[in-house]
Design a protein around this ligand. Structure first.
Ligand SMILES: [Zn+2]
Length: 79
């Protein structure tokens, strides 16, 4: 059976559903019996999803090209 340190090690893969059936069952069994690890996994998941909402998407090529065009126009105005 998994110990607390094993849960700590597998939390990310558990939340991403990247564990084998056997490991997933071991994690679930441990979480059923261990309140502190349940809290840890819940907090880890909440923190991770909060951080994903904070990250901004990368700008598209169109937006980068438009920004460069604006900068070039400004430079021309100032020459
Ligand atoms: Zn535990």
């Amino acid at each position: 059976m998994f110990k607390c340190k094993d849960i700590n090690h597998h939390t990310s893969d558990y939340l991403d559903k990247n564990l084998s059936l056997w490991k997933r069952m071991n994690v679930r069994l441990h979480l059923f019996m261990c309140g502190p690890c349940r809290d840890f996994v819940r907090q880890f998941g909440l923190t991770r999803s909060s951080l994903q909402h904070l990250s901004t998407p990368a700008p598209t090529d169109d937006k980068i090209d438009a920004a460069i065009a604006k900068l070039k126009a400004k430079v021309k105005e100032n020459q």
